[in-house]
Design a protein around this ligand. Sequence first.
Ligand SMILES: [Zn+2]
Length: 273
Amino acid sequence: MSYGEIATGIGVAAALYGSHRYAWWRPPVTWQTPRVLMYHMISEHRPGTRFNKLRVPPKAFRQQVAWLGKKGFSFGFASELFGNKPPSGKIVCLTFDDGYRDNLLEADKVLAEFDGKATLYLVEERDGGWSSKKKTHHGDDELGSEPKLSDDEVRELLTTGRWELGGHTRTHANLNQLSPEEAKEEIVSAKETFREKFSCEAPTFAYPFGIFNNEHVTLVREAGYLGAMTTDAGISPLPLQDPYRICRIKVSGKEGMLGFLMRMRSGKRGLTK
Ligand SMILES: [Zn+2]
């Protein structure tokens, strides 16, 4: 093989790898369909830990929100996706799961800078009983030990007018491991708790770990939530087929701006995720 052939071979291999990793050939979903983005933490990575994809560095987050603003997206609360009048224009809903303290310390100042809004799917019991694990067993609980928002800090976020709360269960429960009664209690709890503690509603819900079954969907609807977020990667088309199974664009702390842009186009970065 000549040097040229080798170079071509490397080029083709790189292009194939690139096409798998970044599905640039997939047609974009129309920009009139709202994008719902899923975030957890806005923080620097912690070397050697498992969940750095859930940690979007502050600089990267700022770059993403700046891009959204520059491209003419309007920021909406999750509750605005549901109702009689479907949203129009280029809408983006930023959602944050769990209730990490950096949502106030890092994310909110970026929202303030770019006139952004976000929806916070807040676990009610954020100390002690909270678990980031699908199964309860002993050992290190990396996300459980991350600093969480105190109730006062949640109030601080709400007073900015930039945040809406949503239910995410009382204890970050794996609903599939609970009896129907227990699941119901976990699901409805936020409705009352948020009214009592924060004088606000929890109009929508997000399933912890994205784990749920058809009965949970019924419970969420019966609790009075307008809609619910899954952790399925994608962009749910309008009109919404099922408001209780909304896909989200997973923003990964391990991807750069290119990955973010691919996900904004089609809901997924590459061929499969
Ligand atoms: Zn969660």
